[in-house]
Design a protein around this ligand. Structure first.
Ligand SMILES: Nc1nc2c(c(=O)[nH]1)N[C@H]1C(S)=C(S)[C@@H](COP(=O)(O)OP(=O)(O)OC[C@H]3O[C@@H](n4cnc5c(=O)[nH]c(N)nc54)[C@H](O)[C@@H]3O)O[C@H]1N2
Ligand SMILES: Nc1nc2c(c(=O)[nH]1)N[C@H]1C(S)=C(S)[C@@H](COP(=O)(O)OP(=O)(O)OC[C@H]3O[C@@H](n4cnc5c(=O)[nH]c(N)nc54)[C@H](O)[C@@H]3O)O[C@H]1N2
Ligand code: SF4
Ligand SMILES: [Mo]
Length: 665
């Protein structure tokens, strides 16, 4: 028996980017663990990724290229073909597209790796002049909000939350989605810090905080303005910090004065005392830290809400302390270390192909002019995760659309492909990673050879480039070459290979003396304001009369977006798709716990089991995401009812800005 350990990195879309230790016995991975010597990972992976071997050796892993033999509207049927046949046919089909802008890549963060992400794919799209993709589906509203305020996506160090005396967890179910942050928050709690959770849902995280403020979805901007009102009225401002480091406060101050606690309470669905108490705690506890997450920016006003919340530590001077400030994303810290030439933008040779927003792929497939003729999907499962899936499905069903999907499994998206190509998992390929939660870079070494005939994303794109006659030498780069090119020379690749991770030199209290990344170094407050939801009783009363319940669809703890839904041990924990509803709302509708119900609106109908639960507040239902449609009830998932309208900033989807009615199914 031969046993070895290999250093890896978790590839998933999660702020924690854990360092993994992979145990291989007789050329089979038997265990993945968190590395004890990596500070942010501290020896533990989450439940999901601890099952990564189960996912990798899953009996339904795709191991051979498949070609469709049924109509798109019929039950999916495929036959096995050779790689040579698949690559030659796909290359010919792509070459037959006259306007290269009608070739549409579609990818997201199935892996966050820089190599298996866009390194080789981007080169191919640039060389062809294929359409570009606006990658907005997750974080671009908040990202744009942060950038408008601070000049970049920057925030506190995760580890310094351990030293805070007040932690506001705002729009985040950290125990489920940001476990390693929670470890630091818990440490602060043990040392006497107060933890407050702001979330419409009473999450596992809210259970463990001292206080839970259950705002209505999409009202966080109003709450932030209410806090500012209280800071002004009670003389709690750090005027010196504001004078030296903030632009536009006079304008924002005027707006905040219009938001007394009573008005805030009415809009947010909380009490005036909750607003006053929160303001007092925030202003009078030092250091005070805010962990925002992306939950609160999936509404029409998401960008502005992030702007307003991000400004709070400027108003109290919380930034003066290393354990004060705010964190939404840390990715701006690693941006300067990334090689901007990795995807070879020069291959575009002056062309500016059209850009399609991934969040409106349903409309784009049905309406774009000229039409999308070929679609290449990798690292994403849009038929399950994109909003308003009835339209996404209809778009994918177009018989004149040529679709190729690179995948590990036969997902809802793969079911609608012309070709399905088997891709390697993180245990089978090389990659390098940055993180949006901490500030280390990591390397993932392949632990075992590709399973079956699976190939890396990079190899598939290399072969396609060759078959399409592209001769630029960059298409010959190996994954090792790509890894060596991924960063600027400030990253020590030798150390990265040997140790598996490397911290970046980031200041401990980065904005203690201002120095934001805006052109004049000052935080920008002008223009920030509360933007109400598209769909709510206040902003669209006629719609609310028909669809009176606000539905949010936050992640399920044991899935990662739609990944892991097909891993049986994890699906067994989640058991089945559920909609959480407050008892009063259930009684009003004559619905009993455990009933099969449908959440519906003009867009579609999502069928799930009703869970009458204190996790739901009155007026809000929680449709935990994101199930594979085909593993859900009646082939539906929560995106049946979401819409394609975009946020105020960043052109992102407003998944949690959604009215429904619920009835027995
Ligand atoms: N287990 C698990 N972990 C994950 C993921 C997963 O699917 N499962 N997804 C990963 C991804 S892709 C991302 S982007 C990250 C972050 O992903 P996020 O979506 O930020 O995940 P959560 O931390 O669950 O935060 C969402 C929380 O916001 C709450 N929320 C919804 N609407 C509002 C609102 O209007 N205001 C406020 N204040 N709160 C609201 C929800 O109830 C939920 O508890 O997590 C990653 N981690
Ligand atoms: N209603 C609702 N919808 C949501 C959300 C929500 O909260 N509510 N969350 C949104 C968010 S935050 C996000 S980030 C998106 C996420 O959406 P996606 O980025 O599409 O994420 P996943 O659903 O995890 O799908 C990733 C797919 O990539 C595949 N994959 C993983 N690694 C590789 C690889 O190395 N090669 C190839 N070829 N494939 C690979 C996996 O098998 C998986 O099927 O969903 C969004 N959709
Ligand atoms: S999903 Fe997040 S918490 Fe889980 S192993 Fe990956 S990085 Fe760590
Ligand atoms: Mo995300």
């Amino acid at each position: 028996m031969t046993t070895r350990t290999v250093f890896g990195a978790c590839p998933h879309d999660c702020p924690d980017t854990c360092a993994m230790q992979i145990t291989v016995e007789n050329e089979r991975v038997i265990k993945v663990q968190g590395r004890a010597d990596h500070p942010n990972t501290h020896g533990a992976l989450c439940t999901k990724v601890s099952r990564y071997p189960e996912r990798t050796y899953h009996p339904e892993r795709l191991l051979h290229p498949l070609k469709r033999v049924s109509k798109k509207t019929e039950a999916p049927a495929f036959v096995r073909v050779s790689w040579a046949e698949a690559i030659a046919d796909i290359a010919a089909r792509l070459q037959a597209v006259k306007d290269p802008q009608c070739i549409q890549p579609y990818s997201y963060a199935g892996t966050m790796g820089l190599i298996q992400g866009e390194a080789m794919a981007g080169r191919l799209w640039n060389a062809l002049g294929a359409a570009r993709l606006d990658r907005t589906i997750c974080a671009s509203a908040g990202g744009a909000g942060l950038a408008a305020t601070y000049g970049h996506k920057l925030g506190m160090h995760t580890r310094h939350f351990a030293g805070a005396k007040l932690i506001i967890i705002w729009g985040s179910n950290s125990i489920a989605s940001n476990l390693h942050f929670w470890t630091y928050a818990n440490q602060a709690k043990r040392e006497g810090a107060k933890l407050i959770c702001i979330d419409p849902r009473k999450t596992e995280t809210a259970d463990k905080c001292h206080q839970h403020i259950a705002v209505l979805p999409g009202t966080d901007g109003a709450l932030a303005l209410g806090l500012m009102h209280e800071l002004i009225q009670n003389g709690w401002l750090d005027q010196d910090y504001i004078d030296n480091h903030v632009d536009g406060w006079d304008e924002l101050r005027g707006k905040a004065l219009d938001w007394p606690p009573e008005r805030v309470a009415e809009v947010c669905g909380v009490t005036p005392d909750e607003v006053r108490g929160l303001a007092r705690d925030y202003a009078t506890t030092t250091p005070a830290a805010i962990r925002m997450n992306y939950g609160l920016q999936r509404v029409r006003g998401g960008g502005n809400a992030v702007r307003l919340i991000a400004l709070l530590p400027c108003l109290t001077g919380a930034w003066r302390h290393q354990s004060g400030g705010v964190l939404l994303s840390a990715s701006g810290w690693n941006a300067p270390y990334k090689n901007p030439d990795l995807e070879r933008p020069g291959l575009l040779a002056g062309r500016t192909p059209r850009m399609v927003n991934m969040s409106t792929i349903g409309d784009a497939l049905l309406q774009a002019a000229p039409p999308i003729e070929a679609l290449i999907v990798y690292n994403s499962n849009p038929v399950a995760v994109a909003p308003e899936s009835p339209k996404v499905v209809k778009g994918f069903q177009r018989e004149d659309l040529f679709t190729v999907v690179l995948e590990h499994f036969m997902t809802d998206t793969a079911d609608l492909a012309d070709y399905v190509l088997p891709a390697t998992t993180q245990l089978e390929h090389l990659d390098v990673h940055t993180s949006y939660g901490h500030t280390d870079v990591l390397m993932n070494q392949p632990a075992v050879a590709p399973l079956g005939e699976a190939k890396t994303n990079t190899q598939i794109f290399r072969e396609l480039a060759a078959a399409m006659g592209l001769t630029d030498p960059c298409f010959k780069d190996s994954d090792e070459d790509l890894a060596a090119q991924a960063f600027t020379s400030d990253i020590d690749m030798g150390l990265l290979r040997e140790q598996g991770w490397q911290p970046l030199p980031i200041p401990e209290a980065p904005f203690a003396e201002g120095g934001f990344r805006t052109p004049n170094g000052r935080a920008q407050a002008a223009g920030a304001d509360y933007v109400p939801n598209y769909e709510s009783a206040q902003s669209s009363p006629e719609l609310a009369a028909r669809y009176p319940l606000a539905m949010i669809s936050p992640p399920a703890r044991n899935f990662l977006n739609s990944s892991f839904v097909n891993v049986k041990s994890l699906r067994d924990i989640e058991s089945e798709p559920i909609i959480e509803m407050h008892l009063g709302d259930a009684v009003e509708r004559g619905l009993a716990d455990g009933a099969l119900v449908a959440a519906f609106n003009d867009r579609g109908r999502y069928v799930a089991k009703l869970k009458v639960s204190t996790r739901a507040r009155p007026g809000v239902v929680n449709g935990l995401g994101v199930w594979w449609r085909k593993l859900g009830v009646q082939g539906s998932n929560v995106n049946e009812v979401t819409h394609q309208r975009l946020t105020d900033m960043g052109n992102a989807p407003a998944f949690y800005d959604c009215l429904v009615q619920v009835e027995a199914a």
